[in-house]
Design a protein. Structure first.
Length: 355
C-alpha cells in the first residue's frame, strides 16, 4: 500500500460499545448486529473481537454466517431476513443458524427443513417492510408449531421511528398486545430503542449502529451517548496550493478564496467512500487540529483549508471522520447518516486494525 489513505478499525471500541449497550439493557441478551460486513468494519474481525462477550450475532448473508461458524464461533447466529430460498433452510440446519420468518412464502421451505431450525417470526407492526400482519401471527405460529423440525426463538418486530420524535408508541401499541399469553421470548429494540425506550428491551435487543460508536439519533452524537468511535478514515496531504483572493479550488470552482489561503490536497475522494456532496466547511482534523473541507470532492482527492495551520503540509494526516471528527457531523453535512458512510468505504481503502 503506497497511496496514503487508510481506514483504522478499533475493535476495542466495539467491545466497549457492545458491553456498554448491554449495561443499558441489563435484563436482556443482545444480538451484535454485524450485517453489511459489520457496517463496513469487517465482520470476521468484529466477530472475533466480540466472540467471548456477545450473546449472538445477527446478519443477513448466509455466507457470512458460515464464515463465523468456520472461525469457531459457537454463539447463536441469526439471519435477520431469514432464508431466501429452501436451500438456505438446509444450510441453517447444517450450521445451527437461526433466522427470521417474515412471509408465508418461507413456510413451505421451513416445513421441509431436513433438521432442527430455530425461527424468529417477525411482525409488521407498522414499518411495512418485512413481517406478518398482526392478525396473521396466530395462524403462522400454529403452522410453525405443526412443523416438527422447527422451534420458535422469539417473536420480533422492527421500529421505523425509534430514532426520532415519533418514537415507538404507535408500533408498540400494535405489537405488545399480540404477545400476551403467548409465552414466547420477544425482540424489538434497535440501538435507538435500546437507548430511549426501555419498555421495549424484552428478551433480546438488537444493537447495530451503536456498536460502531455512531449515534442513531440526529440530535445526539455517539460520544454524548458514551460511545467510542470505532472507525477512523484518514488520508495524507499530497500537495499544497497557495491561493490569492479570488482564486477557486477544484471542479466547478465551487469554492472561491476571499483572502489569501493555503489549501491542502488530500488523497481521498468519492471513489474511496467520502461523500461527494459534503459541503464547504465539513469538519476534518489536520494532524489533530480542526479545519474544514473546501471545494467539491473529486474522485480521488479533496481539499482542506490549511490557512491557520502553518505547520501542516505534505505528509500531514487528515482525519475525515473518527474519534476527532464525528461521523454524524460529516454525514449531516452530506445529507445522510453515519450508517451510509461506514458502509460505503471502498474496497480500495486498506483496513487497518491497530488493537
Ligand atoms: C439493522 C437492524 C438492526 C440494528 O439497527 P441499528 O439502528 O443499527 O441499531 C436491528 N434489527 C434489525 C431487524 C435490523 O435490520
Amino acid at each position: 500500500m503506497t497511496r496514503p489513505i487508510r481506514v483504522e478499525i478499533f475493535v476495542d471500541a466495539i467491545r466497549h460499545n457492545y458491553l456498554f449497550a448491554k449495561q443499558k439493557a441489563p435484563q436482556s441478551r443482545a444480538w451484535a448486529v454485524v450485517k453489511a460486513d459489520a457496517y463496513g468494519h469487517g465482520v470476521r474481525r468484529v466477530a472475533a473481537a466480540l466472540a467471548d462477550v456477545a450473546d449472538g450475532f445477527a446478519l443477513l448473508n448466509i455466507e457470512d454466517a458460515i464464515a463465523l461458524r468456520a472461525m469457531g464461533i459457537a454463539a447463536p447466529i441469526m439471519l435477520l431476513e431469514g432464508p431466501f430460498d429452501a436451500g438456505e433452510v438446509k444450510t441453517m440446519a447444517e450450521h445451527r443458524l437461526s433466522g427470521a420468518v417474515h412471509g408465508v412464502h418461507q413456510l413451505p421451505w421451513l416445513a421441509a427443513a431436513p433438521g432442527p431450525v430455530e425461527v424468529w417470526p417477525k411482525v409488521n407492526s407498522g414499518m411495512n417492510r418485512l413481517g406478518f400482519r398482526p392478525a396473521e401471527l396466530a395462524g403462522v405460529l400454529a403452522e410453525l408449531a405443526a412443523m416438527p423440525q422447527v422451534r420458535i426463538g422469539a417473536v420480533m418486530t422492527h421500529f421505523a421511528t425509534a430514532d426520532d420524535t415519533a418514537g415507538v408508541e404507535e408500533q408498540w401499541a400494535t405489537f405488545e398486545p399480540l404477545l400476551r399469553g403467548l409465552g414466547l421470548p420477544v425482540s424489538a429494540a434497535n440501538s435507538a430503542a435500546l437507548w430511549d425506550f426501555p419498555a421495549t428491551h424484552c428478551d433480546w435487543v438488537r444493537p447495530g449502529i451503536c456498536l460502531y460508536g455512531c449515534s442513531p439519533f440526529a440530535d445526539r452524537l455517539g460520544a454524548e451517548l458514551g460511545l467510542k468511535a470505532a472507525m477512523r478514515l484518514s488520508a495524507d496531504v499530497i500537495a499544497v496550493q497557495t491561493l490569492a483572493a479570488g482564486e477557486a479550488v477544484g471542479y466547478g470552482r465551487r469554492f472561491i478564496a476571499d483572502k489569501p489561503m493555503r489549501i491542502g490536497i488530500v488523497a481521498c475522494g468519492y471513489a474511496d467512500g467520502y461523500p461527494r456532496v459534503a459541503g464547504n466547511g465539513t469538519p476534518v482534523a489536520v494532524d489533530g487540529v480542526p479545519s474544514g473541507l473546501v471545494g467539491r470532492v473529486s474522485m480521488d482527492m479533496l481539499a482542506v483549508d490549511l490557512s491557520d495551520l502553518p505547520a501542516a503540509g505534505v505528509g500531514s494526516t487528515v482525519e475525515l471522520w473518527g474519534p476527532n471528527v464525528p461521523i454524524e457531523t460529516v454525514a449531516a453535512s452530506a445529507g445522510t447518516i453515519g450508517y451510509e458512510l461506514m458502509c460505503a468505504i471502498a474496497p480500495r481503502v486498506p483496513r487497518v486494525y491497530p488493537d
